[in-house]
Design a protein around this ligand. Structure first.
Ligand code: 5AD
Ligand code: SF4
Length: 443
């Protein structure tokens, strides 16, 4: 069957989508070029904010229209976080969906497709058990096409229960994969031409997998092992929780040559009162100390972060403290969101919800400041050299683009064909655009 996997949301979803594609290819299905050309459509979904969940339902409506206008038979699968968190909503609002697989049942995609193709009775096939161990044991062992910069999930789920967050419900409790498995996977990816690997986890610093010596390894120990991998040119990890950062990670940034000097460290708010109500388990002062400790070991470390504005009860004063925090840290890049109330989370029942108008105002102010900082950060590179891993062709003919070690998008003219996708080259930065750098390869 010709299939397409549409991935929403975070990098862990992209990883899961790739693994489902591997399973379908292994079972002799073929990739479709577009949605219209596909007969099996897999929506691998995200439910972190209400908008993300609703995107699925509007896409399902569009697919329904496509199905109604066609004589062909389609199979529709909904997988991932919405499937896990809102399976009943999916069944009710889109009863034409054939397969529903939760976040830790995605390894079943090929067998469920087979079942759905041959089943006699109508009704959806639903599987939403939260068992990460069995997922990783049973994922396809074959890896098909990969890009030069790829991801490996080393840890899934979260035990923190931040009061706004659905992840402990949609991905379950923390689970860490054994080092032997993730290293084996990395070696396979390297054979496929992968040059950069990002180790993924909802709370990657809480990694506690079985090590090669049979003992429990933490993240810094695992990073050290990845630092030894032949052929791996660059290493990253995401997402870090400030509470779980330790000196070992800071030392890893000093010692491991391939570990990129950029770090995503979400703070969410600059107000201790709000952080307390979010159940983040650290204060602004602890966050700043952590940044300082990391900078002492690796002065050029570039920090990115996540922010939520309009969390229940956030006052103008609280918001002002977030602005002050941003001014103190100076982020190279950041994501910011309006608080979105999610079912089954503690914050959803807090009674001092903030109006959308105020959320929008605060978001605008915060994003203006974060954009200004990103711009400043990027401008400071004009005339300097960065190391770029080229990942794809640029928008214009003869352009090639990639990422610097600081995770900036960098584009160069490559009309003489001096560099190829997969190369790391020194680039002199000549100018900056709002969200990227332009430069020329240093010969
Ligand atoms: N509303 C808004 N943003 C959220 N995030 C997580 N849950 C919510 C929510 N309910 C944001 C956090 C997190 C990022 C992945 O998404 O900033 O770090
Ligand atoms: Fe959600 Fe908090 Fe866990 Fe991150 S640490 S996944 S924000 S509960």
């Amino acid at each position: 069957m010709r299939f397409i996997v549409k991935s929403y949301g975070c990098q862990m979803n992209s990883y899961d989508s790739q693994r489902m594609e591997d399973s379908l290819l292994e079972a002799s299905h073929q990739r479709a070029n577009s949605l219209v050309d596909a007969r099996l459509i897999v929506f691998n979904t995200c439910c972190i904010r209400e908008k993300a969940s609703e995107k699925l339902f509007s896409d399902l409506g569009r697919v329904r229209a496509l199905m109604n206008g066609s004589a062909e038979k389609f199979l529709i699968a909904v997988t991932g976080c919405v499937a896990q968190f809102q399976a009943q909503d999916v069944l009710k609002r889109a009863p034409w969906v054939d397969i529903i697989l939760g976040t830790q049942d995605i390894h079943q995609i090929a067998t469920k497709v087979d079942e759905a193709m041959h089943k006699q009775l109508s009704g959806s096939l639903v599987s939403t058990t939260l068992n990460a161990k069995s997922k990783f044991m049973r994922l396809s062992e074959q890896f098909f096409h990969r890009n030069v910069a790829e991801f490996i999930t080393i840890q899934e789920g979260c035990n923190n229960f931040c009061t706004y967050c659905v992840v402990p419900h949609s991905r379950g409790r923390e689970f860490s994969r054994a080092a032997v498995d993730v290293i084996q996977e990395a070696k396979q990816l390297i054979l496929l031409g992968v040059k950069e690997i990002t180790l993924l986890g909802q709370n990657v610093n809480a990694y506690a997998g079985e090590g090669l010596d049979g003992k429990k390894w933490n993240l810094s120990r695992l990073l050290a092992e990845f630092g030894q991998l032949n052929g791996l040119k660059r290493l990253r990890y995401i997402t870090s929780h400030p509470r779980y950062m330790d000196e070992g990670i800071a030392e890893a940034h000093e010692k491991i040559a391939t570990l990129a000097p950029s770090l995503h460290l979400p703070i969410q708010s600059g107000s201790n009162r709000v952080l307390g109500r979010m159940n983040r388990k650290y204060t602004v002062e602890e966050y700043l100390k952590c940044i300082q400790m990391l900078r002492e070991h690796r002065p050029d470390l570039a920090f990115s972060s996540d922010f939520i504005v309009g969390f229940p009860g956030e006052t103008d004063e609280d918001f002002q403290q977030t602005i002050e925090l941003v001014e103190k840290v100076r982020f190279s890049q950041a994501y910011s969101f309006k608080y979105s109330s999610r079912p089954n989370t503690a914050a959803a029942t807090m009674n001092d919800q903030i109006s959308d108008t105020i959320k929008s105002q605060r978001l605008r102010v915060l994003q203006d400041l974060l954009n200004e900082q990103q711009n400043k950060f990027n401008k400071s590179f004009v005339g300097r050299h960065v190391n770029v891993l080229f990942t794809k062709k640029g928008k214009h003919k003869d352009q090639i683009t990639g990422r610097s070690e600081y995770a900036q998008a960098v584009t160069v003219y490559n009309d003489d064909g001096a560099v190829f996708i997969g190369d790391i080259a020194r680039v002199e930065v000549t100018e900056t655009l709002p969200h990227s750098l332009i430069g020329k390869v240093v010969k």
